[in-house]
Write a protein that binds this ligand. Structure first.
Ligand SMILES: NC(=O)c1ccc[n+]([C@@H]2O[C@H](COP(=O)([O-])OP(=O)(O)OC[C@H]3O[C@@H](n4cnc5c(N)ncnc54)[C@H](OP(=O)(O)O)[C@@H]3O)[C@@H](O)[C@H]2O)c1
Length: 189
């Protein structure tokens, strides 16, 4: 099993959201995310799940983290409620970690058994959307861990104002087939 975290953060302040929204609109970045998680198991926090249009992600299985065991998902066949994040330490299939900040922090800062093997770190270089006025959500603590415990395997030039980098956790074996497939998607213009 390979755990892969995927995020897009704002350059400088590591903001990933404002209220329930992502405060920029970059279609190529959305397309990158969709390509990476296609036919994969995707874990996300309850707030991010509720921010998805239609509470769905076509072609992916969604694992919704919530402390509410009675939580109702929109698609019982393809979405599952998970209450205990520790269950993911023994997960057998590849797992894509898709936010938000609470979930990234739980995986990145929650001990080595949970830490992603690979991080796709997208950095948005433009301005934040001034209409996204909700409270800013930052992943600065995750970036601190990223800098200390991972090394950069690849970085692209900016595509639509977004630089994409792929990091690998130091000292661990990484499934080369998974890494190669991620690099192919990330480096595609
Ligand atoms: N730019 C990006 O790449 C990106 C990606 C994803 C999301 N976002 C943004 O991030 C923001 C949302 O992030 P957020 O941190 O506020 O919320 P979140 O991480 O999406 O969801 C938080 C909720 O998830 C559940 N949860 C989290 N950790 C848990 C654990 N260890 N055990 C059980 N349940 C757990 C809890 O749900 P309950 O309260 O139901 O218990 C918690 O309230 C939005 O602005 C969104 O647009 C940005």
């Amino acid at each position: 099993m390979t755990k892969v975290a995927v995020w897009c953060r704002h350059k400088g302040d590591d903001v990933i959201g404002a209220g329930s929204r992502i405060p920029w609109n970059v279609p190529s970045d959305k397309a990158l995310f969709a390509a990476l998680v296609k036919n994969q198991n995707v874990v996300m926090g309850r707030r991010t799940y509720e921010s998805l249009p239609g509470r769905t992600l076509p072609d992916s299985q969604i694992l919704v983290l919530t402390s509410d065991y009675k939580y109702k998902v929109s698609d019982k066949d393809n979405h599952t409620v998970v209450e205990n994040i520790r269950d993911f330490s023994e997960f057998e299939e590849d797992l894509y970690i898709a936010g938000g900040a609470k979930v990234y922090e739980a995986f990145m800062c929650g001990g080595s058994k949970l830490m992603p093997d690979i991080v796709v770190d997208c950095i948005y270089m433009g301005e934040l959307n001034p209409e996204a006025t909700g409270e800013k959500v930052s992943i600065a603590s995750c970036i601190d861990v990223l800098r200390r415990k991972y090394f950069k395997a690849a970085e692209t030039d900016a595509v639509d104002n977004v630089v994409r980098a792929v990091y690998i956790k130091r000292g661990d074996f990484v499934d080369q087939a998974v890494l190669k497939s991620i690099l192919n998607i990330v480096e595609k213009k």
